[in-house]
Write a protein that binds this ligand. Structure first.
Ligand SMILES: [Zn+2]
Ligand SMILES: [Zn+2]
Length: 340
């Protein structure tokens, strides 16, 4: 095999299949034949706008960063995985040497090379080369789709860690999109006894309840403030500043707020509440050291990732995958199967 099919973003709303050389794995890399790639809001954003904040697509770019596959070749010094091993791909490789990397916060490495973030190509293609330490062996109890969706699960794991969700915690999750849904399951697995999820989409709230939320609030019908719920931890997954501000007002004394959702620019803080209750507020940027936990959560059944998959497309239909949630209210997660 010398060439492969790749789905390439060539401009705003312009994606085409191209023949590209199959990547050659470097010494410590493995070549992964991609079996499933989840589509993410960030992929759709690049497709529709050509940029996310300061990241601008200024040349052809392969999108997709939620990938699972099979190891089919190894670099000269790669020994971690056997050929044929099914793996999940962690899509960002840091520099390993800067202060953030050495401090264990490699997600904050300024020299991170991250899939589908200009100019680094992603995984909407047949093969990717990845550092062997960033390919994780997965057991057969984890499906091909679920292997890819360990990436959004990692976002949920990181959010729960940042919010110190533990046994007995009362958690509020704003937004029942894919991240809110994995965060809810992770919070339960981490021991939270109450996990209340809000959204404006009743189908998504029903799904949240199905996968383990102990309560749901349709904020079109019921104002959050009138629910009387006082969480210890807020995982803000909606990315809607007004929803975030309203939710922060409900957080109890010495509570934690984790801002996960993206989309807003500025957030008006209820300052006296944050001060009087000594609320800790943090952002999250991707994740660090989350795949082993994510694999255990999925393999044990504590988190069901397959339940989130509502649409599947071949490599020729990436545009359909990226626009599925705009066209179908029932869409949660669309995945691309590059071998189909
Ligand atoms: Zn993503
Ligand atoms: Zn670094």
């Amino acid at each position: 095999m010398k060439t492969m099919r790749a789905s390439v973003l060539r401009g705003v709303r312009d994606i085409a299949l191209e023949e590209r050389p199959v990547p050659k794995p470097g010494p410590r890399e493995v070549l992964v034949q991609v079996t499933s790639v989840g589509t993410c809001g960030s992929d759709t954003h690049y497709y529709e706008h050509g940029r996310i904040g300061s990241f601008v697509v200024d040349g052809p770019l392969v999108l997709g960063h939620e990938a699972g596959g099979v190891v089919v070749a190894r670099g000269s010094a790669a020994t971690r995985h056997a050929l044929g091993q099914r793996v999940a791909v962690e899509p960002g490789v840091p520099c390993f040497t800067c202060p953030q990397c050495r401090g264990g916060r490699y997600n904050l490495c300024p020299d991170m090379r991250f899939f589908a973030t200009p100019p680094i190509d992603g995984a909407f293609c047949e093969y990717v080369a990845v550092h062997e330490d960033f390919a994780y062996a997965v057991p057969d109890s984890i499906s091909d789709d679920a292997a890819g969706l360990l990436e959004p699960l990692s976002v949920g794991v990181w959010a729960c860690r940042r919010g110190r969700v533990g046994p007995g915690a009362r958690v509020l999750i704003t937004g029942a999109g894919p991240i809110g849904l994995v965060a809810a399951q992770t919070a339960r697995a981490f021991g939270a006894t109450e996990v209340v999820v809000t959204d404006v989409n009743p189908r998504r709230l029903a799904l949240a309840a199905e996968v383990g939320a102990t309560g749901t609030i349709d904020v079109r019908q019921t104002a959050l403030a009138s629910s009387g719920y006082v969480p210890d931890v807020l995982l803000e997954c909606s990315g809607v500043p007004s929803a975030a501000a309203e939710a922060i007002r409900t957080v109890g004394r010495a509570g934690r707020v984790v801002l996960v959702g993206m989309g807003g620019d500025e957030l008006a803080l209820p300052l006296s509440h944050v001060q009087n209750f000594e609320i800790e507020l943090t952002g999250t940027f991707r994740y660090a050291n989350t795949w082993p936990t994510a694999i255990d959560l999925a393999a044990s059944g504590a988190v069901d990732l397959d339940r989130l998959v509502t649409h599947r497309f071949g490599l020729a239909d990436v545009e359909q995958a990226l626009t599925a949630s705009a066209r179908d209210e029932a869409a949660v997660k669309a995945v691309v199967r590059p071998q189909e």
